[in-house]
Design a protein around this ligand. Structure first.
Ligand code: PEP
Ligand code: MG
Length: 892
């Protein structure tokens, strides 16, 4: 016979904490606390399997359940000396949901179940407090009717308000037993009016109604949405906990409260919580009365004149702190506790691992390890890598009010605020004038780099997570919200509008690049602080990881920031980004628009010294660490001049006719630029471009090597290869240039040549390509784009319906599609290694900073991940967790 019901109480339980899947989080921990001998009101848990059965069988119950529930009720009765439904000595229970993972979308608690017109009188007599009994009854009617019978709260609130007004009463506490008695009658009448049936008087009918409501709430819209957002499978089901009531509202020696064993915002080792004397659970969260502090020190710090639990209920307080310490030690983590004191006796209602900020998470993990409660491996595994974002960027004060104008993609984390400005020159000018600005564009292009630099943050109405704005902002560590498609930008009118609301240049907005929200006005922010615990934990993490962590950087500022964050090299230097500068873009355009090789060589000659000095600086900053430099990969549309003024500027620099130049620019216009004249296709058509870049790289290596005395080993990377012959052609020019530079300088050079694997054909042909490539770097941005056939710049508008309909769980440009794109990565890694066993393998798409994708890279056995500077700490921690997870899986 299946056991659907597990009892607990009086120092023992049929379950335990390891049975979370079957009993839910709450049920498993109630059982565990009972087994530990802690004071838990007796009760039972109906398993998640019963919920699964319920849905598999047309919302009905297994045959044995009824008898098992009766046995459970009888056992609670024996332990409490009461009888469920008894007219003279009634047992009252609470009914609560409890899934494996905590799920806010689920049914709320129902308290005082078992009360009816008869048992309420017995409760009054038993407690010696009739007012308390009728107050409990009216609370129960309201809660039960709302949750189980779907009668809206306002029905009861209206009745209460009208009654208080008629009687000239202000506070609920002013109402007498007779008042509540009268109101109970009115409440019941309203329920009958609303539902067509009288309020159920049979406690068993109440209990089954409540259990059904818990199971049904598993499939309510809120729960479904929450599960989708948190990847919780529907198949888990929820458990139901039925527990003897204990009352915190039985006078001045009764109380109810919640507490954390450590401070959940700072992580400090101090009991942190609130309680209310003479109150029931919902009063603490309802915010009607101001809760009191638990410890005396917290009361003093808060400047509260209400006594702390430490002074008001000293004996119970001592017992409570002992229980809190026991639980923290037992679970080896900070606990979130719920308790009730009934006439001087402490009862524990819940314990679970407490939610906390990133800062608290770090401090708690490090301190628990130092206290010997955790190993360092466990401490490293306890901190959520992506939460480190909160520590590296300013964030919006969680207490602040958010007036949300629109929501786009969380393209680059952190919050920023400033005056709206619609073009980059103005952004720069306003910054120079001492203003803080947010650059608002439909999309950004290379010409916006200076504006992006000047701005506090960037907001675009188009573009995805790997759009120009997103990639560049992440590299700069600037907050960015991209693809906020409901906003309309009118450059002409210098306005931004949404649903009839018009914002003008100079109006202040705040963007939250961690959530994608665009907020009206200035919102209070918290500045980042890196604590000592941060470096301690990162140091431990470094000791456990196998994957190296590099950065995607091309500017000295980015490279320096990345080294500070612990980057072990540059995995991707996008050389085309080095030409976004206003002076350089003209030479770059000259090169692109040149009619013939001579013209191109003339423009290239202007670019060479700039490239060389950039590389020297990068090599110096990286001081002997590996640096991968990628040859030009400019999507042409990003570099072509658009306006007549831009064409005139380039024409003047080239000494060319603007009309002819315009015609040439039009000729180069592409329908699908991202699938166009990009990457090595440029070097195949115009090898002199690759030659210039190779010369700049090798000359810089010689200069930097001589200056520092440390040999520089450049890694030259050819982008967008799909055919081995493409790579061979470009590689031959690189090798020839290395020879030439060695000859000219008399220096010897060590270097390697490799390729990006970012097209499906390249992944499939990796075995052949590895004959020429000494390393592969997976360009998973393009690989995702081309494997799915989804434009990385336009995806935002149509991916959302896919996510909402559950077709995909997450944007594949954010987290690697391990099944599909991942299979190509695996194939390429296998085939590449087969040809060249020591081939170096890395990833430099945006996924290189995404923790689940990093776990995938560990499984495939890549050598390194490369990500934007601000994600380096996240990658270090995720790589350590991936290595530890793999080790644990290996042991199991
Ligand atoms: C990629 O495609 O993943 C990549 C790193 O290159 P880019 O984003 O510059 O195309
Ligand atoms: Mg690419």
């Amino acid at each position: 016979m299946t056991q659907w019901v597990f009892t607990f109480g009086d120092g023992k339980a049929e379950g335990q904490s390891s049975m979370r899947d079957l009993l839910g989080g709450k049920g498993a921990n109630l059982a565990e606390m009972s087994n530990m001998g802690l004071p838990v009101p007796p009760g039972f848990t109906i398993t998640t399997e019963a919920c699964i059965w319920y849905y598999a069988n047309g919302r009905s119950y297994p045959a044995e359940l009824k008898a098992q529930v009766e046995t459970g009720l009888a056992q609670i009765g024996t332990l409490t000396g009461k009888v469920f439904g008894d007219a003279a000595n009634p047992l009252l229970v609470s009914v609560r949901s409890g899934a494996r993972a905590s799920m806010p979308g689920m049914m709320d608690t129902i308290l005082n179940l078992g009360l009816n017109d008869v048992t309420v009188a017995a409760l009054g007599q038993g407690s010696g407090d009739e007012r308390f009994a009728y107050d409990s009854y009216r609370r129960f009617i309201q809660m039960y009717s709302n949750v189980v019978l779907d009668v809206d709260h306002h029905n009861f609130e209206d009745i209460l308000e009208i009654y208080k007004e008629r009687k000239g009463l202000t506070l609920d506490t002013d109402l007498s037993a007779a008042d509540w008695k009268h109101l109970v009658g009115e409440y019941k009448r309203r329920v009958e009016e609303e539902t067509g049936s009288p309020f159920p008087q049979d406690p068993r009918e109440q209990l089954w109604g409540a259990m059904g409501a818990v199971f049904s709430s598993w499939m309510n819209q809120r729960a479904i949405t929450y599960r989708r957002l948190h990847a919780i499978p529907e198949s888990w089901g929820t458990a139901v906990n039925v527990q003897a009531m204990v009352f915190g509202n039985m006078g001045e020696t009764s109380a109810t409260g919640v507490a954390f064993t450590r401070n959940p915002s700072t992580g400090a080792k101090e009991l942190y919580g609130e309680f209310l004397i003479n109150a029931q659970g919902e009063d603490v969260v309802a915010g009607i009365r101001t809760p009191q502090n638990i410890t005396e020190i917290a009361r003093i710090n808060a400047g509260s004149d209400k006594p702390s639990m430490e002074t008001a209920l000293p004996e119970v307080y001592q017992q409570f702190i002992a229980v809190a310490a026991t639980l923290e030690k037992h679970y080896r983590d900070m606990q979130d506790l719920e308790f009730t004191v009934e006439r001087g006796k402490l009862w524990m209602l819940q314990t679970r691992n407490g939610k906390r900020t990133a800062k608290a998470s770090l401090r708690i993990a490090v301190e628990l390890a130092n206290e010997g409660l955790l190993t360092r491996e466990e401490a490293v595994s306890r901190v959520e890598p992506s939460s480190l974002d909160q520590l590296l960027h300013p964030t919006i004060d969680p207490k602040a009010e958010r007036r949300v104008l629109a929501t786009g993609l969380p393209a680059s984390p952190g919050a920023a605020q400033g005056e709206i400005v619609f073009n980059s020159d103005e952004a720069e000018a306003m910054k120079a004038g001492g203003h803080k600005v947010i650059l608002v564009r439909v999309e950004t292009s290379p010409e916006d780099i200076h504006g992006m630099h000047a701005a506090e943050g960037i907001l675009t109405t188009r573009g995805g997570m790997t759009s120009h704005a997103a990639v560049v902002a992440r590299g700069m560590g600037k907050p960015c919200v991209s693809g906020a498609g409901t906003l309309r930008v009118d450059y002409q009118a210098q306005t931004m509008s949404i649903a009839g609301k018009v914002l003008r240049k100079g109006d202040v907005i705040t963007i939250d690049g961690s959530t994608g929200q665009v907020l009206l006005g200035e919102v209070p922010m918290l500045q980042p602080e890196l604590s000592g615990e941060f470096s301690t934990l990162m140091g431990w993490a470094d000791g456990f990881r196998r994957l190296k962590v590099r950065t995607n950087a091309e500017t000295p500022a980015d490279a320096r920031a990345a080294v500070e964050f612990g980057a072990e090299g540059i995995g991707l230097c996008r050389t085309e980004h080095m030409f976004f500068d206003e002076e350089r873009i003209v030479a770059m355009r000259e090169m692109i628009l040149a009619n013939d090789e001579d013209g191109r060589r003339a423009a290239l000659a202007k670019l060479l010294p700039m490239q060389r000095s950039d590389f020297v600086e990068l090599f110096e900053i990286m001081a002997g660490l590996p640096v991968t430099i990628r040859l030009l990969d400019p999507p042409l549309h990003e570099f072509l001049p658009h306006t007549d003024a831009e064409i005139a500027e380039v024409a003047a620099a080239m000494g060319a006719d603007p009309k002819k130049l315009k015609a040439r620019a039009e000729e180069l216009h592409e329908v699908n630029p991202m699938l166009g004249f990009r990457g090595c296709r440029l070097a195949v058509a115009y090898p002199e471009i690759a030659e210039m870049q190779a010369r700049a790289i090798f000359e810089a290596a010689v200069i930097a090597g001589r200056k520092s005395g440390k040999p520089v080993v450049p890694e030259v990377m050819v982008p967008l290869v799909s055919i081995k012959a493409e790579l061979d052609l470009v590689k031959a020019r690189i090798v020839a240039m290395a020879e030439a530079v060695m000859k000219e300088t008399g220096a010897s050079l060590d270097y390697i040549v490799g390729t990006m694997i970012e097209l499906p054909r390249a992944a499939l042909q990796a075995g052949k390509i590895a004959e020429s490539a000494e390393f592969f770097s997976f360009g998973t941005n393009d690989l995702t784009q081309t494997t799915y056939g989804i434009s990385r710049d336009d995806a935002a508008s149509f991916l959302n319906p896919y996510i909402n309909k559950g077709i995909i769980s997450i944007d594949p440009f954010v987290s690697l599609d391990q099944e599909g794109v991942g299979e190509l990565v695996q194939i390429a890694a296998d085939r590449g290694r087969k040809t060249r066993p020591d081939i170096k393998l890395g990833i430099c798409g945006e996924h290189g900073g995404d923790p689940p994708s990093i776990h995938f890279c560990e499984r495939v056995g890549l050598d390194y991940v490369s990500c934007s500077p601000f994600r380096v700490p996240i990658a270090r921690l995720a790589a350590a967790q991936a290595a530890l997870g793999k080790a644990a899986a290996g042991q199991a």
